[in-house]
Design a protein around this ligand. Structure first.
Ligand code: KG4
Ligand code: ZN
Length: 356
């Protein structure tokens, strides 16, 4: 099956071509255009993001066709595609509409199947995508269920139980800020750029994670809920009270490392607890924050310690942040479970929740 995937739920415009043969990835090509324009605002401006998607999706579709068939020819590209998949939610409604409407229009013009895909489900299926070299860690025949998915991104912090492909039960989510937001907002307070996650994790490499004891909200709450806004507030007051120390060589690296440690401690404790409580076979990590090296290493080590039989799977670094390969992969699995969607009837759903 050959799928064109389109993703535009936030500030990354992305398209991908995925070919699956006998349950395995035979080819994956993708193009992502990140919107640097939001850097100057320190966060995503919805109206600006939508306009950028409109400007960027046509050229990246051409670039993708060039990669796949050697020429930027939409008609010829349509001939080799079996289905079109686009993100329908959750996300910014104005952003979602651009990619979704492009996908619907192409499915109609090419007379192909259409799949509306949930962005969070897409992140989970990034674990089935191969890296630049080599094979994917998972394929259709992998025996991984039941599984826990920890999805951590700029907009989401969710623990989901998966009993099979496409079957989700939400076990816990954040009551306020997402983990990625905690990184982004703390980075902004430290005067680092956007997105803040990579900036903090780079700076943290030169710092001491135990230098400052920032709060770990709900760490011992005995449930799987998260809350990160208190951590951001603690970082804000700490920085305000230590303004004169910004020039000290170790100050910001120590703050970055301590902030990162607080976020990672909470995520890891809850994921391990979810794995234990549900007796799962696998833990899947997903979302932009899954690129964080401290989170990857700590989660792997703690799972090994507390639930040694559980298999830990993390996405290739290139597929952690928003991309369309993950949308095409989720669509492939949906296509094995259900009929295609009617492109005439699909609407963007900014609050589409998985597993509730
Ligand atoms: O999944 P994603 O691309 O977009 C959303 O669906 O939200 O995630 C973006 C988020 C941002 O908050 C960014 O700061 C965070 O992922 N992120 C990281 C790292 N790389 C990206 N957070 C921590 N450490 C990283 N290395
Ligand atoms: Zn995302």
């Amino acid at each position: 099956m050959r799928i064109l995937g389109i993703e535009s739920s936030c500030d990354d415009s992305a398209v991908a071509y995925l070919e699956v043969k006998r349950g395995k990835v035979a080819r994956l090509e993708y193009v992502v255009a990140s919107q640097v324009i939001h850097e100057k605002y320190g966060g995503v401006v919805p109206e600006v993001a939508a306009r950028e998607h409109s400007a960027k999706i046509p050229p990246i579709l051409d670039a993708l066709a060039e990669k796949v068939i050697g020429k930027p020819d939409g008609r010829a590209f349509g001939e080799i595609v079996d289905a079109v998949a686009a993100t329908a939610g959750p996300g910014l409604v104005t952003s979602l509409r651009v990619g979704l409407d492009t996908g619907r229009a192409l499915a109609a013009a090419w007379d192909k199947d259409f799949y509306a895909i949930n962005h969070i489900e897409g992140h989970i299926y990034s674990n089935w995508l191969p890296g630049e070299k080599g094979k994917a860690k998972l394929d259709e025949s992998s025996d991984i269920f039941p599984a826990i998915a920890l999805v951590v991104s700029g907009g989401h912090t969710e623990l989901l139980l998966m009993k099979g492909h496409g079957q989700y039960k939400l076990l816990g989510a954040t009551a306020d800020d997402a983990a990625g937001e905690a990184f982004d907002k703390s980075a902004k307070l430290m005067g680092l750029g956007y997105p803040g996650g990579p900036a903090i994790s780079n700076l943290a490499k030169g710092g001491d994670p135990s230098a400052y004891d920032f709060p770990r909200p709900l760490l011992n709450s005995d449930d799987l809920r998260f809350s990160f806004s208190g951590l951001k507030t603690a970082v804000r007051y700490f920085l305000r009270d230590n303004e004169d120390r910004f020039d000290e060589k170790k100050f910001l690296p120590d703050v970055a490392a301590s902030t990162e440690q607080a976020i990672v401690d909470v995520l890891v404790a809850k994921a391990v607890s979810a794995a234990k409580k549900n007796g799962v076979r696998t833990v899947l990590l997903a979302g932009g924050v899954a690129a964080n090296p401290k989170l990857r290493a700590t989660l792997a080590a703690e799972l090994k310690k507390h639930v040694p039989k559980v298999r830990f799977v993390e996405p290739e670094l290139v597929h952690c942040t928003d991309n369309a390969g993950m949308i095409a992969m989720a669509a492939y699995h949906q296509s094995q479970l259900r009929k295609p969607d009617d492109w005439r009837k699909i609407e963007a759903d900014p609050l589409w929740e998985l597993g509730r």
